[in-house]
Design a protein around this ligand. Structure first.
Ligand code: FES
Length: 106
């Protein structure tokens, strides 16, 4: 069973998760959708979505890395890799931003 099948999706689908401009530069939004919790980050005009493992969505972002507020572990927003052991990763999701909103592919 694939990860998508486990949450009831047969193939990747886009979901609107925010209005255009809803999240300020440097801001974050936590999304609970299709059995997942996702942290959506905006850095300037780019958006990054990663699995909200632990409290990553409440972490501080610097240089495309989010620091978990509990243990201080750092995860790269570009690929989800853990800074101390880069082969360990949290799941990342494709994000598309248009004038109609911000969409995440699940
Ligand atoms: S609780 Fe987030 S890294 Fe430990």
């Amino acid at each position: 069973m694939t990860e998508n099948e486990s949450v009831g999706l047969s193939s990747p689908q886009e979901f609107k998760v925010a209005e255009a401009g809803e999240i300020a530069d440097g801001g974050t939004k936590i999304i609970n959708m299709v059995g997942r919790t996702i942290a959506l980050f905006r850095i300037k005009n780019e958006y990054f979505a990663i699995a909200n493992a632990c409290l990553l969505g409440e972490g501080e972002v610097r240089d495309y890395e989010v620091t978990c507020p509990w243990h201080g572990w750092k995860y790269n927003l570009l690929d989800g890799s853990f800074s101390m052991i880069p082969t360990l990763r949290v799941k990342t999701f494709k994000v598309k931003a248009t004038i109609e909103g911000v969409f995440v592919e699940l």
